[in-house]
Each structure stands twice: as C-alpha cells, then as structure tokens.
Write a protein that binds this ligand. Structure first.
Ligand SMILES: [Zn+2]
Length: 397
C-alpha cells in the first residue's frame, strides 16, 4: 500500500473540515455543516471534493438524530505525517496518521553538538526506517523541532546557544530535498506546545503557556488557539531571562540566566560540585558508580531523599516560579503546562513552582490557573512536530 497524498484543500471550508476531523475524529456531514455554519448542500459538495482529492473518506452511517441518516466523514486513512524531534541529546522520529496518532516511533541518543550533517543524516535514516516499516513511500509532510531559536520563515536555526555549527544551516530545505515532501522547522518548545494542544493536558485550552525545562529552558505561547512566535520567531525564550545579576555564565554568553541556574547542564554541573565537595553522599555514590553525573542522576538522588538535591530542586523551582509569576502578570494565561526532562523531577518541583506563582501573582490572575505537569513525556515533541506540518498541509490556499 502506497500512502501518497493526492492533493491539498482548495477552499477555507475544506481546510476547516480537515482540521476538525484531525482534532475530533469522524463527524457527520450534518455536524460539519452546523459546526462551520455552512449549508448542508455546500458541505456535501466540499466533502465530495475532499474525497476526490484523497484527503477524506466515508466512515459509515452516523447515529440517527431523526430524519434522514447522515454519513460519517473521516480523514483519508492514507494520510501520513512524520514528526522529528531533535533534542540536545536525542533524535526521535514518529509516523502518525492524519489524526496524529503515533503509528511507529524510533529514537536514538545523539549529541546535537556534533553538527547538522551527521545529526540530520541519522534523522533521515530513522525516518526512512519508520516509513519502510509501515509501507509509506511518501508522507504528506514532515515537521521538525530543534533545541534553539529558529527563523520560521527561513527554515533555519539562528545563533542557537547549545547547537554549535547549526547557525543558518538550511535544515528545512535540506530535509525537504531529501524527502521529496513539504517540511517545516520550528524550535522544540513551540513544537511541544502544539503537541500538548493536540493530544495533551492543554487540549481544551485557548490561551496557555507550555514551559519546557530540559537542557535548555523555554516557553511556548498559545494565544487564542494559535502559537505566538513573535516578530522574529524567538518569543518565549525565557531561559535567558536574567534572574540574578551575578550568576553563573550561560551558554548564551550572558550571566545569571534562568537556564544557567536550572537547565539540565546547570544541574549536572551543580551535582558534580556537590558530589566532589562532600555535600551529597547520594550524588557521590552515583558519581563513583558511573564516572559522570547528569540531570537524571539528580532525579535519582531526589528519589533517594538526599537533602542536598532536594534543596537544589527547591531553589531551581523557586527561580522558575519567579519568572512564571512575571509571565502570569503579563499574559494572564488559562493554564501553565510544565514539560521536558527536568520536569520529570515531578511533584517536588511542581509544588515549588506553584507556591511561588500563586504567592507572587495577583489573585485575579491565579484564581483559575492550573499549573500542571505534562503527561506526554517524549511524545509531545514528535506529535507536536506532526501537528506543525499538518496545520500547513490542512491550510486554505
Ligand atoms: Zn543565557
């Protein structure tokens, strides 16, 4: 079976139908007409055009609502997207159907600092493997997230602090050439926000912040259902907000950035110093065992009840909370989702962040403000990357 996409929507109504089917599953023609405020005759002709284009298909009779029975419409079962999540230390590729359900996934550990050619070569290799495993010759499109600022219109990273060698590299166009289909590139945090919006805890949120705490720290901003990228694509780069005037030097070259206190590499640095300085027996024994320490070891030490690492998490959560309290005053979001690897420190971290946000923001802004952990884990990146490209494929001409 060859999954190739025949066409793209030709009208705004067709595009809206595709997005509704993607986000909500099969709907009857009558429901589609009512939801989009068009006549049933118009909807019938739009749906048959989408079927001709190979984008939609019938899905059996709908439950009767009295009168003539309507037919359910679904996305074509041939539609396939690929989401690629390039992280600081991993590359993950997932194949999804039109509704962004993951059909197959592959991941490897790889350091993004090796530079664009080797990392993209491995990403392509994983993509071809996943496509071959599912008999897909050409996906409808591929979305890609990378851990640094991205010129969204140019499809390339711009001066990414933790991605040496990637500045100005034409990632989008290089991959589109190799894969023979549309490709879009965005930063990993924006992509994860889209994943949360489609399949995660932000599913029904119109205005929310997705905060990623991993090797880097960043924030995806969704306003009225749409990702807000800012004029140059670097909105939400909160990891480089200065939280103390004289602090550790950051990968960006400044001092005292939030990320330099609480990103994954900052945690590893502080953990190593504590282990060597005799301040944490738990970290010292992990260091003796493994020869190095990462953010994951900090989580292990916290789980062991090690007082020094518990305090590290409290301090870090406190600083993240300060920054978020400012963002809450500025943006008045309806939800804050915390994700990324460091967020796996879980409830001790969340409790600290919540405490500061609720204490330091005005009651009106936090009266109805859930601050929650992501439940998607690594899927937020790949599903969000697929969502990114699906938005473009299912867009009006
Ligand atoms: Zn910085």
């Amino acid at each position: 079976m060859a999954h190739t996409l025949a066409g793209r929507p030709e009208t705004a109504t067709q595009a809206k139908v595709l997005k509704l089917l993607r986000d909500e599953g099969p709907l009857s023609r009558v429901e589609l007409a009512d939801r989009l405020g068009v006549s049933r005759t118009t909807m019938a002709s739009e749906v048959s055009r989408l079927t001709e284009l190979g984008l939609a298909e019938g899905a059996g009779p709908a439950a009767s609502r009295g009168g003539r029975r309507s037919t359910l419409v679904d996305l074509s079962s041939d539609v396939r997207f690929v989401g690629v999540a390039i992280g600081a230390t991993t590359v993950s590729v997932a194949l999804t159907d039109g509704r962004l359900t993951v059909l197959g996934q592959r991941s490897i550990d790889m350091d993004v600092r090796l530079g664009p050619e080797p990392v993209l070569a491995r990403a392509l290799e994983l993509t071809h493997k996943v496509l071959a495993e599912h008999g897909v010759t050409r996906p409808a499109g591929v979305g890609v997230g990378v851990p640094g600022p991205v010129d969204f219109h140019g499809g390339m990273p711009v001066s990414p602090p933790i991605m040496p060698g990637w500045d100005g590299y034409p990632v989008r166009d290089a991959l589109a050439r190799e894969l023979g289909c549309p490709v879009l590139l965005d930063n990993d945090v924006n992509v994860m926000a889209l994943g949360e919006q489609h399949s995660g805890v932000a599913k029904n949120a119109r205005d929310f912040l997705f905060v990623k705490i991993g090797t880097g720290i960043g924030c995806g901003i969704v306003v009225d259902g749409q990702l807000y990228r800012g004029v140059d694509g670097c909105a939400g780069d909160i990891g480089h907000i200065r939280v103390e005037e004289f602090g550790p030097t950051c990968a960006c070259g400044n001092t005292g950035c939030l990320e330099a206190f609480f990103g994954g590499s900052a945690l590893a640095r502080d953990a190593l110093a504590a282990a060597r300085g005799g301040r944490s027996p738990a970290l010292a024994s992990l260091l003796a065992e493994k020869g190095e320490l990462t953010g994951a070891d900090v989580a292990a030490a916290v789980a062991m009840g090690d007082p020094f690492t518990v305090q590290m998490i409290r301090d870090g959560g406190h600083r993240v909370g300060w920054v978020l309290a400012s963002l809450v005053s500025f943006f008045n979001p309806g939800l804050i989702v915390i994700g990324g690897r460091v967020a796996r420190l879980g409830h001790p971290l969340l409790a600290e962040i919540r405490g500061v946000v609720y204490r330091r923001s005005l009651p009106l802004a936090t009266g109805n403000l859930p601050v929650v952990l992501s439940e998607m884990g690594d899927d937020a990146g790949v599903v969000g990357a697929a969502a990114l490209i699906s938005d473009a494929i299912f867009a009006a001409p």
